[in-house]
Write a protein that binds this ligand. Sequence first.
Ligand code: SF4
Length: 308
Amino acid sequence: MMKKKVRALALFSGGLDSVLAVKILEKQNIEVTALSFVSYFFDDSKAKVSAEKNRIKMRSVDFSDLHCEVVKNPKRGYGSAMNPCIDCHLLMIREAGRMMREEGFDFVATGEILGQRPMSQNLAALKLIEKEADLAGRLLRPLSAKLLEETAVEKAGLVDREGLADISGRSRKRQFELAKEWGIEQYPSPGGGCVLTEVEFGKKLKKLLDEIENPTASDYALLKTGRIFWKDGTRIIVGRDSEDNAKLKVMQEKGDILVELGDFMGPLALVRGKITEEILEEAKKIIAGYSRHTKGVDYKNLKFTIKG
Ligand code: SF4
C-alpha cells in the first residue's frame, strides 16, 4: 500500500527563515503549503515574490476582520507603535491550526528561532504560543526543533527529527550558510511590510479608532493616503501629490464629498463624515493653503468644485 504523504501548513512571510523552514520539510518529502496572511495593514506581495522564486506553493489568507479585533484590543499590548505583534502572530498560528484541522493537514510549522527575539521567541514564549494556539504537539519549529522538546509529529515518525535544525539566537550566520548550501538566493529582507510598526501611522490609526467605533476597510485604507485633518468627528483627507489625488478620487464613497480648486492645480480633499458648511469652508481653506499656485491669495476669492 502506498504511504500517505505527510502534509504541513507553514506560516510564510517570504523572509529567509520562513523559506528555510519550508525547505527543511520539503527535503523530507513533506508536502508543504505556505500561508501568507493579509490584512488592512500588510499584504502578501513580498511573500508572493519569494514563493515564486523559491518554488514554494503558497496560499494567501485574508484575515482582515479577525486581525482588526486584535489591533483594537490586543491582550498583550502593543510594540513600539500600534503593532500588536504577539497577539497578531498568535492569531496567525491559531488560524493555521484551524485550517489544519478543517483540511486534514498533519501539523503547522513556523520559521521561529529560539532566542532570536528575546521577548517573543524565548523558550517560555514558544511553549505558550503552542498552548494558546491549541496546537499541543502539532506546532513544529524546524529551524530550532532539535533544541526544543520533541513534538508529537516527530514522535509519530511524520517528521524525522534528525533532519531538522538546531539554530538559536540572533546571529543569522547559520541561516546564510544553509541558504548558500541549498542555493536559495531570492528572499526579501525582514520587516518593512507592516504599517502598524510605523509610529506616524499608529498615531493616525489611534485617532481613527478614538473617533469611529467600527471603521470600514475603506476607512483603514484612507489612513495610508494623504494628510488627514479631523474636525468635529469629520475627516478632511488632502492629497499630497497627484498620485494621492487620483487615489482619493477612486476611494470616494457614497456620502463623501470631493473638494477641488476650480482654476488652479493643487491638492484635492476628500471629506468623510458629517458635512456642514463650516467643514466645507475648512476643506477649501486647507487645499488652498497647500497649493503653490494660490500662495498669498485669500481662499474666499478662489473658485472650488464640489462633487458629492
Ligand atoms: S509586524 Fe505587523 S504583521 Fe508582523 S507580527 Fe507585528 S503586527 Fe503582525
